[in-house]
Write a protein that binds this ligand. Structure first.
Ligand code: ADP
Length: 199
């Protein structure tokens, strides 16, 4: 089974492209979703976090107060190290589990992650597929989707890997600065070639 990493900056169209592969029957796992799932109420990771930081890290409904946790780890690097030490292996194990679905007949799956190349998540994948748009399109689309200001979006983009560097690591690129129907056709063509290459 080939695990193909699907990455791109914020608003480049990763989720959009992943859904298009999904409509062709390709299984995909979103690393951001998994990072949220492992700290849902009832999980061992959330219990460990509440033990460590105290119950005030939980909201009234028992879910994680992400804003509070973000603030703590922003101000205290040693707490960030502790948190990453806890979550990193748990997320990795859960990613591996979800990337190997039962009764799956296709020769490849997708790991969708904005930080594929910035983290050791790239060790989980054999190939890298980059969704690419010019930075200005990335800014416009992200502002259209989220209620963030241009300044906020530009700050997030500045903290991510630069476009050229990401493209240099790509085995394949999807140009998402095109109408969705054109992108869907590109996805179908790539899928065909992956079925042959990985089959
Ligand atoms: P990501 O998952 O990389 O952050 P999304 O897939 O959520 O990006 O896309 C960002 C926004 O741009 C969404 O609102 C999406 O509907 C829109 N979008 C994605 N691809 C296209 C496209 N080819 N044309 C127009 N809008 C697009």
């Amino acid at each position: 089974m080939v695990i193909l990493g699907l990455t791109g900056g914020i608003g480049s169209g990763k989720s959009t492209v992943a859904r298009q592969f999904g409509s062709l029957g390709v299984h995909w796992v979103d690393a951001d979703d998994v990072a949220r799932e492992v700290v849902e109420p009832g999980t061992p990771a959330l219990a460990a976090i509440a033990d460590h930081f105290g119950a005030s890290i939980l909201m009234d409904d028992g879910s994680l107060d992400r804003a509070k946790l973000r603030q703590i780890v922003f101000e205290q690097p040693e707490q960030r190290t502790w948190l990453e030490g806890l979550l990193h292996p748990i997320i990795r194990e859960e990613l591996i589990r979800q990337l190997h679905p039962q009764d799956y007949a296709l020769p490849y799956v997708l790991l969708v992650s904005p930080l594929l190349l910035e983290t050791d998540q790239n060790q989980l994948v054999q190939r890298v597929l980059v969704v690419d748009v010019p930075v200005e399109v990335q800014v416009e689309r992200t502002m259209g989707r989220d209620s963030n200001s241009r300044e906020q979006v530009e700050r997030i983009i500045a903290a991510q890997m630069p476009r050229e560097q990401r493209l240099a690591r790509a085995d394949a690129v999807i140009d998402n600065n095109q109408p969705l129907a054109t992108v869907a056709a590109e996805v179908r063509a790539l899928h065909k070639s992956f079925m042959v290459d990985f089959g």
